[in-house]
Design a protein around this ligand. Structure first.
Ligand SMILES: [Zn+2]
Ligand SMILES: [Zn+2]
Length: 317
């Protein structure tokens, strides 16, 4: 806690170390502006979002950063979950640095059904029951803000004391391949992804769809399904089930990876009916529509470069 500024006269008559500062309670209860009372701050470190315990917590004159206080003679946590625990969860989540500031209530692409999707997402998040968790698959075209929303939700869960891990599916495949080149098995990385409370998969269905790629996805989805752990995913592919598949017959009849690719690929075609049906059973499916914000930014940039049309210049009168 910062000491009040003291004059030289005060300092001479009563040196600071003799001053009894009133116990204001834990810094967390004072909702200081340094961190708005959450006790940690988010930064970027390389390509990842990084959380740090706020100074107000580590220097708290009441709990000395221990997050414990005495209530009626018994030691109790100042705050649950402890800010240090949230910091650990965020730092293990591997959230992209680009979205370190992402928040559900700051989402701004309302060119499509963004408002409706944010409302539905907030409702799903509020109703989330760790005992009976429901997953989520967020579909939609490139650039509408799916990854932004996934990161915002992941941070919310970490803040609740639920462990999360974010992966870009394509990036995961590259990491596994790099591991093989160094004779590392994929078991330890995959186990981490199976054990975490909520696994976030960005770009589900992206890749070459080879047998190996689908076997990795199968291990992840089935491993988590068997442990009653959910997945929150985004995908660029159509969420609707493939009507040509008859679920009453053998789900494994159509071998994943052997589909002929067409222009209107569905998620089910990409990941195979077995994985799709597990996700369908355990998750909410939502479709986000809207403009591609990257394209819009590019168009705005290009328009800025265009020569002004002839005529009087605005504001020059
Ligand atoms: Zn404290
Ligand atoms: Zn603070």
């Amino acid at each position: 806690m910062e000491r009040p500024i003291r004059s030289l006269k005060e300092e001479l008559h009563q040196p600071a170390h003799q001053t009894e500062l009133p116990d204001m309670g834990c810094a967390l209860d004072q909702k200081r502006s340094c961190c708005d009372g959450i006790g940690y701050r988010l930064k970027t470190m390389g390509s990842l979002t990084h959380a740090e315990l706020c100074n107000c917590v580590s220097t708290c004159s009441s709990c000395f950063g221990k997050n414990r206080k005495m209530v009626d003679g018994r030691s109790k946590p100042c705050r649950t979950p402890a800010p240090s625990r949230i910091v650990n969860f965020i730092n293990s989540a591997c959230l992209p640095a680009r979205y370190s500031a992402a928040r559900l209530d700051s989402f701004s692409n309302f060119s499509g059904n963004g408002r409706e999707v944010v409302t539905r997402l907030s409702h799903w998040y509020r109703e989330f029951d760790p005992e009976r968790p429901r997953g989520l698959v967020l579909g939609g075209p490139v650039g509408v803000g799916k990854t932004y929303l996934l990161c915002a939700i992941a941070k919310n869960f970490a803040g609740k004391g639920i462990s999360v891990r974010f992966i870009d599916f394509f990036q995961l495949l590259l990491e596994l391949k790099a591991g093989y080149a160094q004779d590392k098995s994929d078991a330890s990385l995959l186990n981490t992804l199976i054990e975490v409370d909520i696994l976030f998969i960005d770009e589900l269905g992206k890749g070459r769809n080879s047998d190996w790629e689908l076997s990795i996805l199968d291990q992840l989805v089935m491993g988590r399904y068997n442990r009653n752990r959910i997945i929150v995913a985004s995908t660029n592919y159509d969420l609707k089930p493939n009507t040509r598949v008859n679920y009453s017959t053998n789900l494994d009849e159509r071998k994943p990876g052997s589909f002929e690719l067409d222009r209107f690929e569905s998620l089910e075609q990409r990941i195979g009916p077995r994985i799709y049906s597990r996700l369908f059973e355990t998750s909410e499916f939502m479709e986000l529509t809207g403009e591609d914000f990257r394209k819009r930014t590019l168009e705005e940039k290009l328009q800025g470069l265009k020569p002004q049309p002839p005529g009087p210049r605005r504001g020059s009168i």
